[in-house]
Design a protein around this ligand. Structure first.
Ligand SMILES: Nc1ncnc2c1ncn2[C@@H]1O[C@H](COP(=O)(O)OP(=O)(O)OP(=O)(O)O)[C@@H](O)[C@H]1O
Length: 321
């Protein structure tokens, strides 16, 4: 392992709780300047892994490096380098939002003056200035999430670990989070982010690490899943003279498929294509047949598609444990 690495490195990391193996075998790298998504179903070990990376839980086996520092051997050194945003704010509910940030900054050895200045800047960054004097416990879930993010950024970490940061955020706050994460990555930060909302993750991540039953899924398997047949959403211009049923017949006919191959989802038709070039040929055939297409796009994003496909593989093989 490269002890001088700037990002996150995990090699054959394991962690059990009694008889429950939460993390069975995790190996991955997250690069500086990139946002890496941690994707996996409920109970696949994401939070356990993040806790180990954050130096808050000891691995049973394997190695972790945070910007080259081993969080087991040097937890204080790792904590100086990493910002950790748990999935709930916790700690100090009676302090105000501003006091939470000042206290955290002072824990990282900032002077009181610098801590106040940093707190005000971060409150502005996460749009909480108006609530600076409110007790943390009275903040809404989304406001607590924003405060937790500000707290994670207090010491300008080089590595950012975020557990479900978008949960509870309204659409505007989610967009602001995406913009902020992109900016931090552009400044050289290494960002690892877990989320269940794959469509949102899709818009911000550069790379993805897939966890199934506590194990990282190999790149080859992910690449194969990403390129496998997927449904495309086809919308035909609304025409009062006939319903979706007859659109389905005409689309199937234009594509030379049986109408049973074409699914119906409310106003849209779902047509499986093997890859992008098959989709391009399909669209050409539909337009050539005079069908008024108003929308034509993959029905699920790359991450979601790979996730569903990998889960399908795992179910077919049976659980590896
Ligand atoms: N402290 C603990 N004691 C016992 N079992 C635990 C503990 N923490 C986690 N587990 C178990 O380890 C497994 C992985 O849990 P973990 O919370 O890491 O998954 P996750 O991927 O974050 O799940 P979710 O997406 O639901 O948040 C689960 O089966 C869970 O029940």
């Amino acid at each position: 392992m490269d002890a001088g690495g700037a990002g996150i490195e995990a090699v054959q990391v394991k962690r059990a709780f009694g008889a429950v193996t939460a993390v069975a075998d995790v190996t991955f790298t997250a690069e500086p300047g990139r946002v890496t998504g941690l994707v996996g179903p409920n109970g696949s070990g994401k939070t356990t892994l993040l806790l180990m990376l954050a130096s808050l839980l000891r691995p049973d086996d394997g190695q972790v490096r945070i910007a080259g520092v081993d969080p087991v051997a040097d937890p204080a050194g790792a904590r100086r380098l990493l910002g950790w945003m748990p999935d709930s704010l916790g700690a100090w509910p009676s302090l105000t939002a501003r006091e939470v940030l000042i206290a955290t900054a002072q824990l990282y050895d900032l002077s009181r003056v610098d801590a106040r200045e940093r707190a005000d800047r971060l409150l502005d960054l996460v749009d909480l200035t108006a609530l600076a004097g409110s007790a943390a416990r009275v903040l809404s879930r989304g406001q607590k999430q924003r405060l937790a993010l500000a707290r994670a950024l207090v010491h300008e970490p080089r590595v950012l670990l975020l557990d479900e940061p978008a949960s509870g955020l309204d659409p505007q706050a989610r967009i602001a989070l995406r913009v902020l994460l992109r900016r931090l990555a552009d400044e050289g930060c290494t960002i690892l982010i877990s989320s269940h909302v794959l469509s949102e993750l899709e818009e911000v991540v550069d790379d993805a690490v897939f966890l199934l039953d506590g194990r990282t899924v190999g790149r080859d398997r992910v690449a194969a899943a990403t390129t496998r047949v997927r449904p495309w959403r086809v919308r035909v211009a609304a025409d009062a003279s006939h319903g979706a049923g007859s659109d389905r017949e005409s689309v199937a006919a234009a594509l030379g498929r049986a109408s049973g191959d074409v699914g119906v989802d409310r106003r849209d038709l779902l047509v499986p294509f093997a890859d992008e070039s098959a989709a391009v040929a399909g669209l050409r055939a539909l337009v050539g047949a005079g069908i008024p297409i108003v929308e034509f796009a993959p029905a699920v994003g790359d991450l979601e598609h790979a996730f569903l496909d990998l889960r399908g593989d795992a179910a077919a093989e049976g659980s590896p444990e």
